[in-house]
Design a protein. Structure first.
Length: 258
């Protein structure tokens, strides 16, 4: 077969266009394809929900690639091991209740499982605003990440979803957008973004799951963004809370739909 450069280009453009148009309406839109965002997407898609995840970076996985200080091993506590097993991630027990994984295998397995469950991931797309109708977030405003990096004045596009999950990590970017655009109306003690506290793994891991909840009508927070919004400690290079948070937020949205 003789390869034609134009056929190759058309295949890419037409294939992407088809997918992008299809996911301009979804049941759940997730900002951030880190471990919490992908895990949430996996459990929602498994239950038949139409799920789309937008990741502003080239690669998914958030901070998991580098493990701790570029030692590419991840630590998980025992409570999160069933989720790792479900994704097919191999674990080694370091000592009682502590498990270590290869960070690259962990991310690759979670990403593969999430996509095969039916969730769609678009990388290199940033969430730059939210769509609010009748005091409820009903969608996201999107632009290419490169446009923001280049400081180009190019208008974005909008997609609609029934629910939004902020899984953007330490930045809690969707929560920040809401406060910046409509004021201190988050479901926190002050209505404002409270900011994360210093590292404390024991408390941080517990609070990540506790703080996984609705932060504004139609918007939920998961992963490290949960502690950033509600003022919990960061947890450092242990990732079990991320998976547990992702699973919890998926369950909360599924229960709301029952």
């Amino acid at each position: 077969m003789k390869l034609d450069d134009i056929v190759i280009s058309k295949a890419i453009v037409e294939g992407f266009y088809r997918d992008f148009v299809n996911y301009m309406e979804a049941d759940v839109a997730i900002s951030g394809a880190g471990p919490a965002g992908m895990t949430a997407g996996y459990y929602l898609a498994k239950e038949g929900k139409k799920v789309v995840i937008f990741e502003r970076k080239l690669a998914v996985g958030g901070g998991m690639w580098g493990g701790g200080m570029m030692y590419n091993k991840c630590v998980f506590q025992e409570a999160s091991k069933p989720i790792l097993d479900e994704f097919g991630v191999r674990c080694e027990e370091y000592q009682g209740g502590y498990f270590i994984t290869d960070s690259l295998e962990t991310i690759s397995s979670i990403c593969d499982g999430t996509i095969k469950a039916g969730a769609k991931i678009f990388n290199l797309i940033s969430v730059e605003d939210v769509m609010i109708r009748e005091e409820k977030v009903t969608g996201l405003v999107l632009n290419w990440s490169a446009i923001g990096e280049a400081h180009l004045h190019i208008d974005p596009l909008t997609m609609r979803s029934r629910y939004v999950i902020d899984a953007t990590g330490h930045g809690a970017e969707v929560a920040h957008i809401i406060v910046r655009k409509i004021g201190k109306k988050l479901l926190t003690s002050t209505g404002d973004f409270l900011g994360e506290r210093p590292m404390w793994a024991e408390v941080g891991e517990r609070m990540i799951v506790e703080n996984t909840k609705e932060i504004y009508p139609g918007v939920y927070v998961a992963g490290m963004a949960s502690n950033a919004v509600f003022g919990g400690p960061r947890m450092g290079p242990i990732f079990g809370g991320m998976l547990l948070s992702g699973k919890k937020v998926a369950k909360m949205i599924l229960q709301k739909n029952e």
